[in-house]
Design a binder for this molecule. Structure first.
Ligand SMILES: C[S@@+](CC[C@H](N)C(=O)[O-])C[C@H]1O[C@@H](n2cnc3c(N)ncnc32)[C@H](O)[C@@H]1O
Length: 227
């Protein structure tokens, strides 16, 4: 039965997962609207799902987050989940490279009534992150942008997350290719393997983080607690 939990147990059927989503994730109507209109607004449908959104909300609540940084905004779906866990006066800084995505995100954040808790920064993660340092240290950093940038984002997070704060990387399974040393030249994920592994090995470094885990969401979400 080794690694049974990592293989299909047969329990995770679509109806069961739908039930859990309804009863546990309890996605607000406005968040559902934001998620379901993303594609119609011309953005790719690559937001986290409602279960992952709820997980992010849980994690922000668990570390008592007041200050959060997100790299990779898209339509602001995960930003709204994270920001809805913030107390009054809390702030989520979210970074988006594509101005069209950032504009939709700002509209969606307003729709969710979260404008006072979210600042959308337009630009590349590596360019914007240094400008946020004056607002730190941060309670939580969520990395969900270009995979080739993950090592840079994780390095920044190590330097800017408080002791006890969380660093979270989405898509940590790298679309099933995290472990592959044999990807052919030209494969989309080939240049992403080294930076993703570098980011994850930082999170697993016990001198930097007191604990690290891979949460087995569909995409893999790596989580570590800063020492
Ligand atoms: C997977 S989507 C983010 C999804 C979002 N976190 C959610 O779940 O609702 C990745 C986003 O990162 C943005 N992006 C890509 N490269 C970037 C970079 N270098 N800096 C900042 N954002 C970037 C993309 O334009 C895209 O909107």
């Amino acid at each position: 039965m080794a690694h049974q939990s990592l293989e299909s147990s047969g329990y995770r059927t679509a109806p069961l997962l739908d039930f859990v989503t309804r009863t546990i994730a309890r996605e607000a109507a406005v968040l559902r609207e934001i998620r379901e209109t993303t594609e119609a607004k011309g953005l790719p449908p690559i937001s986290v799902g409602p279960d992952e959104g709820r997980l992010l909300h849980f994690l922000a609540s668990a570390c008592g987050a007041k200050k959060i940084v997100e790299v990779g905004t898209l339509a602001g779906y995960s930003a709204c989940w994270l920001a809805s866990a913030l107390p009054t006066g809390g702030m989520l800084h979210t970074i988006e490279y594509d101005p069209k995505h950032a504009k939709v995100a700002e509209e969606n954040v307003a729709l969710a009534g979260l404008t006072a808790k979210v600042t959308v920064h337009i630009g590349a993660g590596t360019a914007v992150l240094p400008t946020l340092e004056k607002h730190g240290p941060f309670d939580l950093v969520f990395i969900d942008a270009d995979k080739t940038g993950y090592a840079d984002y994780a390095r920044w997070a190590v330097a800017n997350v408080r002791s006890g704060g969380f660093v979270i990387c989405d898509n940590a399974y790298l679309f099933g290719n995290l472990h592959r040393d044999d990807l052919p030249a030209g494969h989309d994920d080939k240049p992403k393997v080294a930076p993703m592994r570098a980011a994850l090995s930082m999170l697993a470094d016990e001198t930097l983080f007191s604990s690290c885990a891979m949460i087995p969401t569909g995409e893999g979400m790596a989580l570590a607690v800063r020492r």
